[in-house]
Write a protein that binds this ligand. Structure first.
Ligand code: PGA
Length: 261
């Protein structure tokens, strides 16, 4: 799979929402709304239990499948965990890694995030690697420091070729599910910083083609201004991805922003 930032990348993270029957309903409406869209990469990220049903419904559509997490071991006595190879077999191309909710509620660290990224890559999955600062860190001027350490520690040991298969997602924690969004200017500043870190550590090859998503209260009415920014290549959408019409609107607004940049 070749990743490109020449079109907007719009991913819907359903989090802990949607039973199998609800997931089928949502993906069916979304499929109808997205049938003819070719100018965006669209990803649905349902909970584990709905992956199989969603996979079978999106086969002939422009929608790709992602999972919300994985465990780095392939198999064994790890009750409750799911491995990368299980995700590829069910039809996933992407997997979210290091989401702030996993770091906050499930004790994930940069070190475990790194192991998960390595496992995803070695099984042919593209990680959607999340990073972002708390409100306290933002207010004390530590955003860059935090994001830089998350990137560098998350990418330890990852070869330059593999780094091209990673999607980066900047998600300021204070903007997730709160209705607060970073202003396009604020978000662009951090996205540009992330691109520069990638350039310094992996060269211009990666940094110029890297997909850097913004996440945190993305809605149809703020998508255009965010994705019009030079270094914002798409969105990781939570709440607004749970309704087909708002998610489809976000995709359309992303395409419109890309056409005008
Ligand atoms: P939100 O979530 O759009 O509901 O703020 C974004 C995310 O956590 O990925």
């Amino acid at each position: 799979m070749t990743l490109t930032n020449k079109k907007p990348f719009i991913a819907g993270n359903w989090k802990l929402n949607k039973t199998v029957s609800e997931a089928i309903e949502l993906i069916s409406s979304l499929k109808e709304a997205c049938q003819s869209i070719t100018e965006a990469e669209i990803v649905a990220i349902p909970p584990f239990t709905a992956l199989h049903s969603v996979a079978s419904l999106i086969e002939d559509s422009p929608i790709a499948l992602g999972a919300q997490n994985l465990f780095w071991e392939d198999n064994g006595a790890f009750t409750g965990e799911v491995s990368a190879s299980m995700l590829t077999e069910v039809g996933c191309s992407y997997v979210v890694i290091g989401h702030s909710e996993r770091r906050q509620y499930f004790g994930e660290t940069n070190e475990s995030v790194n192991k998960k990224i390595q496992s995803a890559l070695s099984n042919g999955l593209s990680p959607i690697f999340c990073m972002g600062e708390t409100l306290e860190e933002k207010e004390s001027g530590k955003t860059r420091e935090k994001v830089e350490s998350q990137i560098l520690e998350g990418l330890v040991g990852i070869e330059s070729e593999d780094s091209k298969k990673i999607i980066f997602a900047y998600e300021p924690i204070w903007a997730i599910g709160t209705g607060l969004t970073a202003s396009p200017h604020e978000a662009e500043d951090v996205h540009n910083f992330i691109r520069n870190i990638l350039a310094e550590n992996y060269g211009n090859d990666l940094s110029s083609c890297a997909i850097i998503l913004y996440g945190g209260s993305v809605k149809p009415d703020n998508t255009f201004s965010l994705l019009s920014e030079k270094d914002i290549n798409g969105a990781l959408v939570g709440g607004a991805s749970l309704k087909a019409d708002s998610f489809a609107e976000i995709i359309k607004e992303g395409i419109r922003a890309y056409k005008e940049k």
